[in-house]
Design a protein around this ligand. Structure first.
Ligand code: 3EB
Length: 354
């Protein structure tokens, strides 16, 4: 039996209420989840390619997301987010989403406009729609957001695209929430080579716990030199699901305090990032459980590289530092500050002591 079949079978057991409501697997890129009985247990599928390949042109109910940031290493995989119970699929405005009794998994995309004012308006409207959807369906709490932003580092009429993104997101969050900081989810923003802004998000019914990194200034307190409105996100978000805790670690770069470190040195940046993630894990774990295996708690790691030529160097660092059962994928994407060559994000599973 393949490991995929094992995992899907366990997701298939509707009797077991101890199942976590959202489970990530890395499946072979060529697998067809839509076909057959497993399709209705898929909350969403993320492929790292610009369009579905010929073998994948079947219609699916669930959010099928093709992000045009190529994977740099074989075997090619895709992310499949599974529900233990069958999923209900809906659409609201331009958002496709699936729900089970505890989480909502959503996806939206829009061809990004050319002018600064127009693209900020688009971003604002997408965030407005997401927040309205979540509030109205009872999944009011954002847990995790991924943003894939075209032209992320480009100057658009005198302001960098990423800074415009931050301003639009800031305006949407500020208009929606009475209190900002307790509501900010774990987030990533990466460059995309396609024409579309793509946003993927997970929300839940009860409030998760958000964490900041002891080695980094909170992004919402970054000084003005990084843009007129600060980036609004948490460094990590923890959700308690039955006996298991899931920790979503935001996109993490080689930033200490608020300054980028190790300009031009991908190896040193990778090492700094893993120190940042390690410090964050110890902080999250300290307030929840006494003994935690540090980086060994990472189950899934996504590594984004600005330059494919740094793959070998960064892989060496990652493999030396990560013990445990982590599955790692390497992706080619640009990162928000020009001098940053590497960014990493992680998903951890922590078992609660019995
Ligand atoms: C940083 O720490 C690096 O704007 O939502 C990482 C994760 C970064 C999320 C965001 C930005 C964001 O500032 C960039």
């Amino acid at each position: 039996m393949t490991s995929k079949a094992n995992k899907v079978n366990s997701a298939n057991d509707e009797q077991d209420t101890d199942q976590v409501p959202l489970r990530l697997i890395y499946a072979p890129a060529a697998d067809l989840f839509a076909a057959g009985q497993y399709g209705r247990y898929v909350l969403g599928e993320i492929r790292f390619e610009s369009t579905p390949t010929a073998a994948h042109r079947e219609d699916v109910d669930y959010p099928l997301i093709c992000v045009p940031i190529p994977q740099l290493r074989k075997p090619l995989v895709k992310e499949v987010w599974l529900s233990p119970t069958s999923v209900e699929y809906r659409q609201f405005a331009d958002i496709r989403f699936g729900t089970n009794d505890q989480v909502l998994f959503g996806y939206t995309r829009v061809a990004l406009a050319d002018t600064g004012a127009a693209l900020e308006k688009q971003i604002r409207h997408r965030y407005d729609a997401i927040l309205e959807l979540l509030g109205s369906r009872g999944y009011a709490h954002l847990i995790r957001v991924w943003n894939y932003l075209p032209r992320i580092g480009d100057d658009i009429e005198g302001m960098e695209c990423y800074r415009r993104f931050c301003r639009a997101r800031h305006d949407a969050f500020e208009a929606f929430y009475e209190e900002l900081i307790p509501n900010l989810p774990a987030t990533s923003v990466l460059g995309s080579s396609g024409p579309d802004l793509q946003m993927v998000f997970v929300a839940g019914r009860s409030p998760p716990c958000h964490y900041e990194n002891p080695r980094q200034v909170s992004a919402y307190h970054y000084p003005q030199k990084y843009g007129p409105k600060s980036p609004l996100f948490a460094r990590a978000t923890l959700v308690q699901w039955h006996q298991e805790q899931a920790v979503f670690i935001s996109g993490t770069a080689s930033i200490v305090g608020h300054e980028s470190q190790h300009r031009g040195d991908a190896r040193a940046q990778a090492e700094e990032i893993l120190r940042n993630i390690e410090a964050l894990i110890y902080d999250v774990a300290n307030s929840n459980m006494p003994a935690v295996p540090g980086l060994g708690a990472i189950r899934h790691l996504r590594v984004y590289l600005r330059n494919p030529r740094d793959l070998g160097t960064v892989r060496q660092v990652v493999e030396r530092r990560l013990g445990g059962p982590a599955e790692v994928i390497y992706l080619h994407a640009s990162i928000c500050r020009q001098e940053l060559l590497v960014e990493m994000e992680a998903l951890l599973g922590l078992k609660k002591p019995a």
